[in-house]
Design a protein around this ligand. Structure first.
Ligand SMILES: Cc1cc2nc3c(=O)[nH]c(=O)nc-3n(C[C@H](O)[C@H](O)[C@H](O)COP(=O)(O)OP(=O)(O)OC[C@H]3O[C@@H](n4cnc5c(N)ncnc54)[C@H](O)[C@@H]3O)c2cc1C
Length: 418
């Protein structure tokens, strides 16, 4: 009996498998990697940024890109060599940076994120998952000239979208987070997003795959999908390096690899790979122990406590499909970390990683049916895949089971595939 095939066991595919299995569907997940969550979901920033799920296509982004064009030390680096490969994606990304569009998308994503966190909380009351979950919100700090004004307009934007934001002066920041004492004088203001959470996305992916497997989902690792099989406008199976598998339906959750999987059967999605870096450190070894994630608006990094580890994430690099872990970018991240925590003692060798965010032109993921019967997509979550995983899995499950009601809730993510 052919099953529903999910391509990809990242945080999106594994969570989708869990939601589908709960509806009683027979599901098989295929991934070329040996385990779940080995690509972009492996070592991300860990933020469940439900109350500040913002698109990158913001009014300030084009100027920043221009200012930092080709600069190796820039937090947002557009490599000139990557410009041709961005093509129409780049132009459409820029078109989405206008203020009204940004606010509209921010509202949709944030409300979707809040819903997603609610779903995760419900899920955790039912199933026990161990992934270094932390609660109690992030502290975002603002430094330098103009910090107060930009923090205030940011806080007001978030509040309009239902976020709970506490404004903290510098004393309140270091009282909440004593690890920041050495840089107290440079902090202008802090925003405490009290309701947000954090955790290890890779552990979550493994755990949710384990629970899904207990519910009957089959996971086949080391299975590279080489193509989709379509007959008479209907998906019939997937092609593997060695053979094929018959499918009742297919859901593509392939992260940054999704466009290449879909294109040969005429389904085009605008998703570009955008590289980001992280460091994972032993908290005791480096001597810095924040109790909650610190987001440094000036350094463009977040530092997230994950059990006895610290995850430092940041940097945006448009470099096409080049997955090279560049020493210069790792050095930038280390320097940004030292600027935030001058007291830190960094080991000579750090555990560095890079991953490709699957980025759409407007920041909204593709969670949709396609013109091909029984072929669905759940991808393009950019910098928010961990935050949006549960709501996205619920949405695609509703589409598959025919229970999606477009007029319930404020999440109009569906759109025509182009
Ligand atoms: C530095 C960095 C920091 C981040 N921080 C955060 C954060 O704090 N909060 C947040 O919410 N998000 C964050 N993100 C974004 C988040 O990590 C991604 O949105 C998310 O991991 C995407 O998940 P995915 O399942 O779509 O993709 P992936 O995790 O890449 O999974 C796709 C899977 O599909 C498989 N696959 C692809 N093609 C094939 C094929 N042909 N055959 C078989 N298998 C295939 C791959 O092997 C892979 O396992 C960050 C990302 C980066 C890079």
């Amino acid at each position: 009996m052919p099953a529903t095939i999910i391509i990809g066991a990242g945080v999106i595919g594994a969570t989708t498998a869990y939601f589908l299995a709960r509806e009683g569907l027979s599901v098989t997940v295929l991934d070329s990697q040996p385990e779940p969550g080995m690509q972009t979901s492996f070592a991300n920033g860990g933020l469940l940024a439900a109350n500040s799920a913002l698109p990158w296509s913001s009014p300030g982004t084009p100027l920043q890109m221009l200012k930092w064009l080709g600069r190796e030390d820039a937090p947002l680096l557009l490599r000139p060599s990557a410009i041709p490969s961005l093509g129409s994606w780049g132009l459409r990304f820029l078109a989405n940076c206008r203020d009204s569009k940004y606010r509209d998308t921010a509202n949709t994503l944030t409300r979707f994120g809040q819903h997603s966190l609610g779903l995760m909380n419900t899920l955790l009351t039912r199933d026990s998952l161990n992934f270094d979950l932390g609660r109690g919100g992030f502290l975002e700090i603002f430094k330098g000239p103009g910090a107060r004004a930009s923090a205030e307009s940011f806080a007001a934007l978030l509040e309009r979208m239902g976020a709970r934001v506490r404004r903290l002066d510098r004393l309140a920041c270091v009282t909440l987070e004593p690890s920041l004492l050495p840089i107290e004088s440079s902090i202008e203001v802090g925003l405490w997003l009290e309701n947000d959470c954090w955790g290890d996305a890779h552990l979550f992916t493994r755990e949710i795959a384990r629970v899904a497997a207990d519910q009957g989902v089959r996971f086949e690792y080391g299975s590279e999908v080489t193509g989709l099989e379509v007959r008479n406008g209907k998906i019939t199976g997937v092609k593997l390096a060695h053979g094929r598998i018959e499918a009742e339906r297919v859901i593509v959750c392939g992260g940054a690899a999704s466009p290449a999987l879909l294109a040969p059967c005429g389904v085009k999605i605008s998703v570009a790979p955008v590289k980001g870096y992280s460091l994972t450190l032993n908290r005791d070894e480096v001597g810095v122990a924040p109790t909650r994630p610190i987001v440094d608006d000036h350094e463009h990094i977040c530092v997230t406590p994950l059990g006895d580890r610290l995850r430092v994430a940041g940097t945006v690099e448009f470099a096409g499909n080049d997955r090279t872990l560049r020493a210069s970018r790792v050095a930038n991240l280390k320097q940004a970390l030292r600027n935030l925590y001058p007291q830190i003692s960094l080991p000579a060798e750090v555990n560095a990683w890079c991953g490709m965010r699957p980025m759409t032109v407007d920041g909204l993921p593709y969670i949709d049916a396609t013109p091909i019967e029984n072929l669905f997509v759940n991808t393009g979550h950019g910098a928010l895949g961990w935050t949006l995983a549960c709501a996205s899995a619920e949405r695609v499950t509703q589409l598959v089971t025919g229970t999606y009601a477009p007029h319930v809730g404020a999440f109009k993510l569906n759109r025509r595939l182009i």
